[in-house]
Design a binder for this molecule. Sequence first.
Ligand code: AMP
Length: 121
Amino acid sequence: MEYDPNNVFAKILRREIPAKIVYEDPHALAFHDIQPQAPVHVLVIPKGAYLDWPDFAARASDAEMAGFIRAVAETARLLGVEAAGYRVLSNIGADGGQEVPHLHLHIFGGRKLGRMVPAAG
Ligand code: AMP
C-alpha cells in the first residue's frame, strides 16, 4: 500500500484540521485522540510519511527513529502518567485494526488498563 498524503493525520501535521496538541518536536507530534478509550489517550506520530511500524522500521533514518521513540516517552512524562504507569500500543494492518494509514503510537493511562488483548470473538 502506498502512503496517502490525504490521511487524517497528514492533515493534522499540515494544520489543515485541528488537534489538541500535547507535544511537538522536529520528529514527532502528539495530540489527544478524538475518541478517548481511557482517561489519558494520546497519539504520537512521526512527522515523516510512514504508513505503519514496519514501513517506519524499513525506511526511517536513525535520527527519525531515535527522535520518535524519545518523543513518545517525553509525551508520557508531560501527561503525568509515568509514575502510575501507562500502555503504548500500535495497531498494524487489518488484524491489528489500524484505521489511519500514518504510523501512530497510542498512549493509554489514567486508570488500571486491564487485559492487554481482549478475548477473540
Ligand atoms: P488506529 O485504529 O490505531 O488506526 O487508531 C486510529 C485512532 O485515531 C482512533 O483511536 C481514532 O479515535 C483516532 N482519530 C481519528 N481521527 C482523529 C482526529 N481527527 N483527531 C484525533 N484522533 C483521531
